[in-house]
Design a protein. Sequence first.
Length: 238
Amino acid sequence: MAKVIAINQSNYIPWRGYFDIFRSVDEFILFDDAQFTKGDWRNRNRIKTPAGLKWLTIPVEGKGKFPQKIRDTRISDRHWGRKHWKSLHTNYSKADYFKDYREPFEELYLNCNEKFLSQVNFRFLQTINNILGIGTQLSWSSDFELPPGKNQRLIAICKQAEAGKILLGPAAQVYVDESLFQREGIEVEWMDYSGYPEYQQLYPPFEHTVSILDLIFNEGPNAKDFMKSFEFPSCACP
């Protein structure tokens, strides 16, 4: 079987679909050489509250720095972690499994002193993968030699990683030219985000597009039952 990789920009506490991609590949490469985009998922995500959805946003330095790469994006408020943890505690302390997972997340939020957004995202992704039992190799795009051009950079990473298939999220369809990958013998597969089941969630109505922390705090060890990739064995190289 061909090695399968994913190449994706790092997100802050992303939703469950992001982690299904993680578990579906042999290597997940954080594409933090991409330009940081304001008002996107790189430094923010949503949680449920009694008053509706709420954004948790990591403040970053932006004035006079755009365009800048994700990996060069600095955090502008060193107290952001305490503020986010307070919001999570306030809104999820009554969730069935909050107490079970409080310790690792409280430790992370109160002691995350990273200066760059990419490093913060990396630490949270690692922690959540450990909780979910996802052992996929995690790499950085900076580990590879990148030529100019969006498609060309993805292809170069695939070839250097010795991958025969790349799994991409649907948002990449706007710029990926599958024929260029086919010429290099690389198969392109698209992640299907449809059909996710609902789970026990505080503060109805149900909302799918929230941080995976919502799923973990509400369903705990049963979180895997509401994710697609756990229906099948994890991807593994021969």
